[in-house]
Design a binder for this molecule. Sequence first.
Ligand code: G3P
Ligand code: CA
Length: 242
Amino acid sequence: MTLIFAHRGYSAVYPENTMKAFREAEKAGADGIELDVQLTKDGEIVVIHDEKVDRTTNGRGHVKDLTLKELRKLDAGFHKKKIFSNHEPIPSLVEVLEWMRTNEMICNIELKNGVYPYEGMEDKVINLIREYEMKERIILSSFNHYSIVYCYRVAPEIETAPLFSEGLYMPWIYAQSIGAKSIHPKYTIAKNELIQMSEDYGIAVRPYTVNKEKEMHRLISTGCAGLITDNPVIAKKIREVY
Ligand code: G3P
Ligand code: CA
């Protein structure tokens, strides 16, 4: 069965990367969530997509220049630049892991360490996953493949998935060579042959970000391990057809 991951939570309707969006994804019947993490000035892992807070909150500046306390004062309750709710804070990764203790959701943590290397970020995330005993329910992904290699080296028990948006030659072989059990390609390059070959080699494929119904039909009928979408409700309805 193709598992449905709510991209930045149920972000088609709720403010992205907030606890509200994650809770609503669970209510909507998603199997998991995808979220993005950055590192604060005081070394905490927070859930936010951009390196800067400007687009998704009422604040300004870089996450790396703000402390967790400063970031928590900001309002991330915006949806498509409109206020959705009054004070929806930027979650810490700890808050998400605490919430995961109350349910069975899977969580794809995307390490946003492509712009700033965020020294020590991988170890902090891995330590939290170990502390919360969540290794079976976490997938670590990144566009920074050095980071993916590092995660596998220090924590081979946690599933890793390189993200890529352009064609890779035989990505299933590439994944095996770096210890990744899965790949997260952009849906436009996740052709049926790529999916079938990868799955034959035991590499799970979870394309992102799949919001077109036609593409959901194609991926689910091809037998993709998962798909990452802003709208888990639509994906779930389509999955019921198969
Ligand atoms: O997980 C895949 C997808 O989230 C990558 O793109 O920019 O939405 O983080 P982006
Ligand atoms: Ca992401």
